[in-house]
Each structure stands twice: as C-alpha cells, then as structure tokens.
Design a protein around this ligand. Sequence first.
Ligand code: DGL
Length: 259
Amino acid sequence: MTTAILVFDSGLGGLTVFREVAKARPDASYVYVADDAFFPYGSHGEDELVARVGALTGELLAAHRPDLVVIACNTASTLVLPHLRTRFSVPFVGTVPAIKPACAISRTKRVAVLGTEATVSREYTRALIRDFANGSDVVLVGSARLARFAEDELNGTPIADELIARELAPCFVDADGRRTDTVVLACTHYPLLLDRLERLAPWPVTFVDPAPAIARRVVGLIGPAASAKPPPPAHIVFTSGRPSSAALAAALTRFGIAD
Ligand code: DGL
C-alpha cells in the first residue's frame, strides 16, 4: 500500500521541506497543506496558535488519514509539537532551528539564527542555544517580513534587494576579530530566497537549511522507498480556499505539485 505523508505549513515555505522529503520517499503520496487563512503564524499569540494548529490537525487527519505528518514550520514546531503528540497517535516530524549542526560547523564560532520573531523568542529555541552552542556566540535575528517576501516572490511579486538585505543585515556580526560564518535558516520560507540571501550577504557564509535532515528523519521513521511505482502527483490544499495565480501554479509545478 502507498505510504501517505501530509506536509503542513502556514504557507508556501514548507515546500522547501516537501521537496527534500519527496526526493527521499518518491514512492509516497503527498498532501501539502498551506494554512494561508492564518498566515503568518509569526504574528499570532502562543495560545491562539496551539488552538489553531491542534484543531486543524484533527480535521486534516480525519480527512486525509496520513501515515506521517511533517510540520514544516519552525514557528509551529517550536510550540505545538508536544501538544500534537499528546493528542494524536500518528507520528509527527517537526522542523526546529538547526542550531546544533550550525554551531558544530562554525569555524569562527559566530552563528546567527534567522527566523520569525516568534521562533527566535521561543523558550524552545533558547534552550537549543543553551544546550548546543558549543562555545559559539549565537545571535537571534527575528524578521517580521521575510516570510511574506518569500510568499510574494513565489506569487510573482518581485521584492527589492534593499528590503531583503535589511532583514538579513543583523545576522552579520564582525567583532573581536571574528565574523559570522554560519546562518541558520530557522523559517522554512527562507530557503525559497536562498539565491537572494547568498547574493545579498555582506560576506560569504554557510546558510543552514534543515530540510535534508528532516527528510532523513522521515526515512528513519517510516523506512526507505518501498516501491518503484510512481505515486499520484502531490496535491495542495489552501485553508483560505484561494484560487492560485498563474505564477504560483508555475512555481507549484516546479515543486512537483498539481494545484
Ligand atoms: N514557515 C514558517 C516557519 O518555518 C513561518 C512563517 C509564518 O510566520 O507563518 O517558521
């Protein structure tokens, strides 16, 4: 039987995770859910987000009966995963800031974590720094705008370089003879802008995208591809029910999703 995987985000950012998971398990069938009616998650209070994601997950599990759920959103995962695991028996794979691997690879021991304002203020994120900084100085950079910029770009609305550069700039610290050399992309929307981030960086750094590690975790839980038979094309659900623009439809096709 085909394994069914549900990938969930507040919007289109989780496509960067979906892409890697689908590469690792091309035989699975996928439903991608964008909770765009509630986007951006970073602007909601914690109680509100726990209630929203819990209720929506219940509905999605009943409608799609997946074998595994990927919460492809740091803003949700750093808060709601324990609630979901208590409430539902399906396995959940979350997406949390890749602070441990980033601090392990940093040579200058200066690391930045770029996420939504909500993610960088979470106790979960601060605990990761306490536990895994490994002697690195870690700067937390919260952006209220970058996730929206990534959505706009994918929807065919170009965003000026200066606007992206302004959100990125605080990640770059040059002090005591040591410059930031590693930036954690702690929001799944940001790898959608990776080319721009690399071009606009004041100096070259390693941007850490957790998606390949998430794909490995999925395979660790449900095993490697079980069949050579190609599954039906992945299907996308927008909680707003919005019809997609031509630009978005083209972008979704590039990600292997039938709108
Ligand atoms: N993609 C989401 C994340 O990884 C955040 C975007 C939002 O604020 O909704 O954090």
